[in-house]
Design a protein around this ligand. Structure first.
Ligand SMILES: CC(C)(COP(=O)(O)OP(=O)(O)OC[C@H]1O[C@@H](n2cnc3c(N)ncnc32)[C@H](O)[C@@H]1OP(=O)(O)O)[C@@H](O)C(=O)NCCC(=O)NCCS
Length: 144
């Protein structure tokens, strides 16, 4: 059984351990390091096995809303439960930050993954800021 360690890390640590490189590789567009990445409301979650970084996801908190972005798992580690663990940890963090709604822009190929956690599509097809591919906004409201 694979044993992954999940940690929230600073932007510098995320860069140092290759998490930003991983997200650039997994997403076909070349996601650039942005001002958002170093903002105090942005939380970087890194999944590692020994010293190898195999997964990443981030949470951006804005008042009662939190946005999940760039959830990704290295292709050779996909479908082994790691993406679920990353998403669940991000949702826990969103609750700890006292948000009520988590949202994201999902690629069509990932809709089924987010459905499993209760996310539902909201609104029309949109494009994300950093990809030409069609996306849907999905939301999950925490039960109060
Ligand atoms: C989407 C992604 C993060 C899922 O991570 P993962 O580690 O492979 O997912 P898990 O192993 O935790 O899978 C959890 C469940 O979701 C399902 N699932 C995983 N990816 C799925 C997908 N793309 N579509 C539908 N269901 C999916 C799995 O079959 C599993 O179902 P089960 O519990 O019934 O067995 C990963 O495939 C990935 O990095 N994809 C490329 C980047 C991407 O599209 N990210 C989403 C951005 S919008």
């Amino acid at each position: 059984m694979q044993t992954f360690q999940l940690d929230f890390v600073t932007p510098s640590e995320a860069e140092r351990c290759g998490a930003f490189e991983l997200r650039e590789q997994v997403f076909s567009h070349a996601e650039q390091f942005t001002a958002e990445d170093v903002s105090r409301n942005c939380f970087h979650l890194v999944a590692r096995e020994d010293t190898k970084t195999l997964g990443y996801g981030k949470l951006v908190v804005d008042g009662a809303f939190a946005r999940v972005k760039h959830v990704c798992v290295s292709p050779d580690a996909q479908r082994s439960g790691l993406g679920s663990r990353i998403l669940l940890r991000l949702l826990d963090r969103a609750r700890e930050e006292h948000t009520t709604t988590v949202w994201l822009l999902a690629r069509f190929t990932a809709l089924g993954f987010y459905h499993k956690f209760g996310f539902v599509e909201v609104g029309p097809v949109v494009r994300s800021e950093d990809s030409a591919a069609p996306h849907r906004r999905m939301e999950l409201r925490f039960k109060l």
